[in-house]
Design a protein around this ligand. Sequence first.
Ligand SMILES: Cc1cc2nc3c(=O)[nH]c(=O)nc-3n(C[C@H](O)[C@H](O)[C@H](O)COP(=O)(O)O)c2cc1C
Length: 531
Amino acid sequence: MKSATEIVLNYHQRTKHSLERYAKGPETIDWDDQPELFRRFSGCERLALPKPGRELEVLWSELDTPQHVLVHALTLESVGLLLELAFGLSAWKSDGYHRWSLRCNPSSGNLHPTEAYLININTPVLASGVYHYLSYEHSLERRALFSAPVTGADEWYIGLSSIHWREAWKYGERAYRYCQHDVGHALGALRYAAATLGWSISLMADIADAELAALLGVDRDAEFIQHEHETPDVLCRIHTSVPAAPVSQTQLEQLAATAQWFGRADSLRAYHLYTWQVLDEVSNAAAKPRTASLLNPSTALALTPPRGAIPPARATTLIRQRRSAQQFDGNMAALPSVAFYRLLSAVLAETAAFALWPWRANVHLFIFVHRVEGLTPGLYALIRDHAAVKPLQAATSDIFVWQQQRDKVPFYQLYAGDMKQPAKTISCHQSIASDSAFSVAMVAEFRTTLEQAPWQYRQLFWECGLIGQVLYLEAEAAGMSGTGIGCYFDDSVHELLGLTDDSYQSLYHFTVGTAKTDGRLHTLPAYAHLS
Ligand SMILES: Cc1cc2nc3c(=O)[nH]c(=O)nc-3n(C[C@H](O)[C@H](O)[C@H](O)COP(=O)(O)O)c2cc1C
């Protein structure tokens, strides 16, 4: 019998892409058989949320200091805006023949395996219960009503879950990794959406997956089609204008046990040509048990990104206009130094965006600088936890010089030289990694984290996704664009950095630059179909 840690380590190893072969995926993709992009439940009441598209006055740069942002009242309209800015549609794209939707949260392959559930306890805005968010219609599907009242609590939670198969349809065995990235991006999207309303979120780090599954109703197997089930990911408490004491774990369990449930998930309409057993294996091995409560070890707001570096723009506008660049302008002017340092400091663990993160920073950035004002092209590192500097110096190539670039920013030059070709090659030959201002390999403290607890495998990817979401939005605020890169050759990255074992592993790539627009595509409004 293999231990859970061994199963997770094996999964990671077998889903590496390499120069010689890609991780196992479907041999053919039938585009007509694409999974339905929107999960719907039949047989439950559907409640339309107030009209989407509302703009708020708050500026992007004001979200750095959330304590100064106007706190909006808890109404159905503000709850709708929270869901829209986090998980709603942001636009449709069309090439004249096909059209496809984009959402505020990005997703690998635009497949959107992440589902969001709203849990209301006692607040008068909605009946207490569990609601599935349907982004296409900007509506809530009432999955459950709580019958037992909870005394002394008025609470909102949002729970996330993933339909692994939806991602595996295209990406096969590597899909589980992408689902976890997407959860991290969704967490970031939710954090920024809450911040525009003057609200915040905290992550319930103690809850077990089985408890979360019961609360979200995703363990009700008879109500889901085989292979289209959802796996619980995270539960977030939403801190709104209504002060409240948190509901205890036992109360949450009681609510789930006594709830009245409605509806069943519609089919996602595919014939499941391939099944990927390894996804269920790793998912079971990386399931989280109940753990002790944690407090965020970093002091949020100790550091705020340099102000004045970005043009003033409404936060709600920026969130809706975020797009992945599909091509970058390789002749772009160098990214101004002030904007670059704002981007770097925005991903440090002490900033407002990471106040929700209850674990220590385990992910560090190795940065391929191509076109940044004042910096010699080359390889750099941003180490997000001071304690990690020495071990990383010892683990990486001994030709790296580790020359600190700025006081108080843990940013080091490692190697001077043109890194465009290596960056492109290791990112599955994608030129988005070389035509940009810079691209990033996110390197996680891997083996020790997994040996402590195998479920922390997912948490490492969530941390990467959260960093990615900050980069996406900060790039947009700087007038640039970003793109997540899930396709990279794992061990070629390690070789380039001089990493010789799995103490550290590269878990995600990202790139930022000036996007080239594709004149063949048209952008259409997000919710014209509702009017
Ligand atoms: C985890 C993750 C991995 C991604 N990997 C790639 C990639 O390797 N190459 C690429 O061109 N785009 C990649 N993307 C971008 C997605 O294709 C993009 O998010 C999706 O099409 C939705 O478009 P949008 O971000 O403009 O909303 C990735 C996005 C995410 C979130």
